[in-house]
Write a new protein. Structure first.
Length: 251
């Protein structure tokens, strides 16, 4: 581990991962942003899903100032965050076969939509089944995952496959197995996870690409403004009224 305080070391590690993502995932980011722009232009809807801490990155692109108003959260009860008691229930539900099918059957997703699925390991039944079933419905899938897990862990889905195997586009977060960037001789376990930092940055890069791509085509991207700036609520009200048939978080 490099010199400096643990805080310095974490920032160095996170910056290194972000630089790798920028350098190595630029083609996938462009492809993902273009797919979202194509979907918006064609009248399709956008959804994002993540379980546990992967849900943080999904929530970060939903109803977000500076973000696309059309991105909706596909929520699975019990797995969206750590507010469930016990928090370990969410981890258990990720391994339940059939849960994703039940969620998709009752969701507004339809052919022509796009679903962004975030799963660091991509090995649990829920994200794998979510991608499989979504594609069977004619939904395009963008997966955000650490590809390394597929070569160093065993899949928990009956097919033996991973999220990355069932996506139209894959964004690799580059996160090492275990999601902990630092070690110290005085601490028995590795610590300081960086997956949220990198995954969120990847998705915001995709959102930026989508907005710019739409603008290049002469289409005003349906962006939200902060409600804490003058005129923000009025702006957002106009956008939400214009696209109300593709926004589901207002209901």
């Amino acid at each position: 581990m490099s010199d400096g305080t643990p805080a310095d070391q974490f920032f160095d590690a996170a910056i290194g991962l972000l630089q790798r993502a920028c350098d190595e995932e630029s083609e996938a980011i462009t492809a993902a942003g273009t797919l979202l722009a194509d979907t918006v232009a064609a009248g399709g809807r956008l959804f994002a899903f993540g379980a546990g801490h992967s849900s943080l990155a999904a929530q970060d692109i939903v109803y977000r100032a500076g973000g696309l108003a059309l991105m909706n959260l596909l929520a699975v009860p019990g797995v969206v965050g750590v507010d469930v008691i016990p928090a370990t229930l969410g981890s258990a539900l990720e391994r339940v076969d059939g849960l994703a099918a039940a969620v998709l059957d009752t969701s507004p997703l339809r052919a022509g939509d796009v679903l962004v699925i975030i799963s660091l390991s991509g090995r649990n039944a829920l994200p794998v089944e979510m991608a499989l079933n979504a594609r069977a419905l004619g939904v395009k899938v963008i997966g955000v995952t650490s590809v390394a897990y597929a070569s160093e862990t065993k899949s928990r889905h009956v097919s033996g496959t991973y999220l990355k195997d069932h996506c139209d586009i894959v964004l690799d977060s580059k996160i090492a197995i275990g999601d902990a960037e630092l070690t110290l001789d005085t601490i028995p376990a590795p610590f300081a996870p960086a997956s949220t930092v990198v995954t969120t940055a990847l998705l915001q890069a995709v959102m930026a690409t989508t907005a710019a791509t739409l603008a290049d085509r002469g289409i005003e991207p349906p962006l939200l403004r902060s409600g804490n700036v003058d005129g923000g609520h009025e702006w957002n009200g106009r956008i939400m009224d214009e696209y109300r048939d593709r926004i589901f978080y207002r209901r």
